[in-house]
Each structure stands twice: as C-alpha cells, then as structure tokens.
Design a protein around this ligand. Sequence first.
Ligand code: UT7
Length: 326
Amino acid sequence: MTAPYRAVVRGCGSYLPARVLTNAELARKVDTSDAWIVERTGIRRRHVAAEGEFTSHLALEAAKRALAAAGLAADKVDLIVLATTTPDSTFPATATRVQAALGIGHGAAFDIQAVCSGFVYALGVADNFLKLGQHETALVIGAETFTRILDWTDRGTCVLFGDGAGALVLTREKADGSATQRGVLSTHIHSDGRLYDLLYVDGGPSSTMTTGHVRMHGPEVYKHAVTKLAETVREALAANNLTAADVDWFVPHQANKRIIDSTAKKLGLEPGKIILTIEEHANTSAASIPLAIDAGVKDGRIKQGDLVVLEAMGGGLSWGSAVVRW
Ligand code: UT7
C-alpha cells in the first residue's frame, strides 16, 4: 500500500554544549590514555553540558536552528518526537518542555526511549504520523546529557559518551511512491529484549528510585552491532530496491569508529561516503545521527536529492535503519 503522503526533510539543526573534555583530561581522572581511546574507538574529545544546562535546553537550541534552516515558524509544528535517555525529569516528557519553550500549545509532543537507536525510532514514529496524514509538520529531535548517567570511575564506559542535540523538521507532501521523490523512503526498527543486560542503567524510578549509571558489556555489544547494523541496512536497501552503489551518504550512529568501518566494509560502502563525527562528539546516544546529519549538511556534503542511509544500535538491544531522499 502506498501511503498518501511522504515526510520530507525541510531543515536540520544541532547544538553542542561549549565545554569540551579531551581524552588527555579524562586520562587524569581514570586509568586510561588518549592512545587507547583513539585506537579502540576513534574518539578524541566530547562535549559536556554545563551545570544547569538540561537535555531540554540542548534540544530547544537544535530545534530552533532546524526551524530557521527550514524557514518555518514554530507554530506550524504539530508534532514533536524527542528521542532521549536522559530526560530533564522522570515525567512529563522532555518534548513538552521544548514545545512550551517554542510557544506551541497545539498538536502532540512526546519522548521516545530507545537509547542510541532513539533517533531512528523517533524518525520512524514521526514518518508514520506524517505519511498517513495525521500530522503535518514534525520536529524530530535527538537530545542527550548522557554524561550525567556515567560512572566516572568506570573506564569501560565513561570515555565513550558525550552530550549534544540534533533536530530535523519534516513536512508532508503528496506521495508519488517513487524512490526519487524527496522524503523518508523507509524506516525499520527492531529490538531483542533478551539482550537487555548487555547495556543498561542500574537504576530507575520503579526499581531503585535512583537514576543509576550506565553499565555495558562492551565486547558483546560490539559483536551484535557489527552483525545487526549490516543486516538492517541491507533490509532497508532491499525494501527500496536499492543497492549500496545508490547510497550517497551513510550516516551511522557514532558509537565506535571500528564498528562503523566494519559495517561499511560489509555493505560495500566507500569510506568517503561515511559521515563521521565520533572524533569530536564521541557517542551522544540519540543525538549522534542528527548531529552528524547537520555536520554533513552544513559543510555541503549532503545535498538535496542525495540518498542518505541512517543506522543505529543501542540498549535493549534495539536497532534500526532509515533511508531518506534528501
Ligand atoms: O551506542 C550503544 C552501543 N554501544 C556500542 O556499540 C559499544 C560497543 N563496544 C565497543 O565499542 C567496545 O567494546 C569498547 C570500546 C567499549 C571496548 O573496546 P574493546 O576493544 O572491546 O576492549 P575490551 O572491553 O575488550 O577491553 C580490552 C582491554 C581490557 O584490558 P585487559 O583485560 O585486556 O587487560 C580492558 O580492561 O582494554 C581495557 N580497557 C581500557 N584500557 C584503557 C577498557 N577500557 C579501557 C580504557 N582505557 N578506557
């Protein structure tokens, strides 16, 4: 069945907190080294939110920049889907804070929790609302203050993450069903809750009444990532009758440069087609894909008409992919 509408990206924006934390600084706090972090992950530095700077603040700035890039007034937005694992509060949704700060009192605003896959999930949700005609203009945001849930004594996790936010503005257009028409061509999302214990937070409102800290079995997550990410990109391309040769830009979740490189190699994607921000941003969870998209758009690599493929995997485990004609 062809959906009546297609969700077309009109603009993007991103925001990074001012404070930059280098590997060298981290090496003074925990038993690690710049050489280890760079060699095993590709990360050189990360941004860290200031005291009093919350996920909603990062999200709001990214959203404002995306609206400005789209040339759209905030009151046109009737759907805000915000992917985050680090909400301002347990409830209400951080998306409602952003909605209020943008002066919007109509439509719907809610959060999506799929950790590092959150942006792909959020895009999938918004795409379904737009393409079936229930909403007209969506803000899809990935925003995290992930450094707030790190155990700074655990070198296996604290060197990997950073803070930031990115956003896309999408509006609907009558669909012609072709792969050449601009817009979201497909989204695929998956999870396997049997793998919950590989990457989780050891706290929560219902269990411990605390926020908890990130815990990860890195090498096992790594193994799942390299197989599942290649699989979901293959299914995404096949669903659109496309091949790796059709891809203009590959925008992966930025968890580990080695995972990104080996996924691209498996898929036969040229290294020059990968948008990489991991060196500067580290892993910003749900924010990493829209931050990378914005970097690629701002420096002129991603252009209108390009075929852009997104993928991510994170806690749950959850994973997914999206194909967008820019
Ligand atoms: O975004 C959500 C999805 N997350 C991911 O996709 C992350 C997937 N996992 C990974 O990216 C990698 O597993 C890590 C980067 C987390 C770890 O890299 P690794 O190559 O798998 O290292 P490892 O955990 O197998 O550890 C190798 C060694 C160990 O020492 P021994 O036992 O060989 O003596 C660790 O204790 O490296 C040690 N190590 C470190 N050394 C210096 C672990 N972390 C550090 C560190 N600095 N920060």
